[in-house]
Design a protein around this ligand. Structure first.
Ligand SMILES: NC(=O)c1ccc[n+]([C@@H]2O[C@H](COP(=O)([O-])OP(=O)(O)OC[C@H]3O[C@@H](n4cnc5c(N)ncnc54)[C@H](OP(=O)(O)O)[C@@H]3O)[C@@H](O)[C@H]2O)c1
Length: 292
């Protein structure tokens, strides 16, 4: 697997495909907004004009797209992946979607004779740039094994979780916890500030205790400065909360903390913050505390 197609050059896809190029892979890229291919081309990538053109050229194709609608569209719509999918090809979707979406894509790919692995990732822009993602794969075991070399370039650890849907579900559980943590963290920063404490000291205290974690450490100083440069866009975090809550519905799991967090992310979207980093949910807590 030294020649791959890569569909979707957003924050994550750009960093991941760049890593493959710098490790010697021949990469053919496609992005809906084609101009985003330019930087990859400077580093040696070639461009496919459509997803179908990329599939025609490559035996292995990786996708990293925003949400279920995008992941389905790239596969099933005109000029999409299915038009050139055939026996001998492998499709690896690393987008964060729900298990149903992943199953639909799997059915489409396998109905054409192709093989399918879902492989959403844990980790954000910096881990993607550093090849330090955690890969949550499920689906065709043989394709997973053939993809491991590329996964090892993009990530620090890969999990094979069994049948299609398990990778998607694991990713949604992880991001449900992360979104709830981000809301609690935002409330803590605002509470510290409003009650006369220095939020920077709060960060120092947190970092030395049992609830220290890389997310608080990395996001905290920027949040105190109202700096929400997007590493993980808030609109995607809200999508993940929505999909995780739906998984909770299916399994009759009551998740009041996640539901409240989802409301905060929705509120942030309504405030026009969807393209900022998901830590911008902090602004909803700040806005709510202004009225008292
Ligand atoms: N950023 C993170 O920290 C992070 C971490 C783990 C997982 N993820 C997941 O990884 C995926 C990508 O995230 P990202 O941060 O890279 O997002 P992003 O920067 O918003 O990029 C989204 C990509 O999807 C494409 N896209 C959107 N709608 C499309 C459509 N209808 N048809 C075709 N292409 C479409 C975009 O194309 P255009 O350029 O034309 O808009 C772009 O290439 C998401 O599922 C996200 O939840 C993100």
């Amino acid at each position: 697997m030294e020649e791959v197609g890569f569909l979707g050059l957003g924050i994550m896809g750009k960093a991941m495909s760049m890593n493959l190029i710098t490790h010697g892979y021949k990469v053919t890229v496609w992005n809906r907004t084609l101009s985003k291919c330019d930087e990859l081309v400077k580093h040696g990538a070639t461009v496919g004009e459509t997803p179908a053109a990329v599939v025609k050229k490559c035996k292995y194709i990786i996708a990293m797209l925003s949400d279920p609608a995008a992941a389905l569209s790239v596969v099933f719509d005109k000029d999409g992946v299915l038009e050139q999918m055939c026996s001998g090809k492998g499709y690896i979707d690393m987008s964060t979607v729900d298990a149903d979406t992943s199953s639909k894509i799997c059915e489409g790919i396998t109905s054409k004779g192709g093989r399918f692995v879902e492989a959403p990732v844990s980790g954000s822009k910096k881990p993607a740039e550093d090849g330090q993602l955690v890969i949550l794969a499920a689906g065709d075991k043989g394709l997973y094994e053939e993809a491991l070399q590329a996964f090892d370039i993009m990530g620090k650890k890969s999990f094979y979780l069994g049948g299609v849907g398990n990778g998607a579900k694991m990713k949604l559980v992880v991001n449900m916890i992360m979104g709830s943590m981000m809301n609690a963290f935002s409330e803590g920063i605002v509470l510290a500030d409003k009650s006369g404490l220095d939020p920077h000291t709060l960060l120092d205290v947190l970092d030395l205790g049992a609830i220290a974690n890389p997310m608080f450490k990395m996001k905290g100083p920027a949040m105190i400065k109202d700096d929400y440069a997007p590493a993980f866009p808030l609109k995607h975090q809200q999508k993940d909360m929505r999909l995780a809550l739906s998984l909770g519905d299916e399994n009759a799991v009551s998740m009041p903390v996640a539901a409240a967090s989802n409301e905060a992310f929705k509120k942030a979207r309504s405030m026009g913050l969807g393209d900022l980093d998901f830590s911008a949910v902090h602004e909803t807590v700040k806005a709510a505390s202004k009225s008292t």
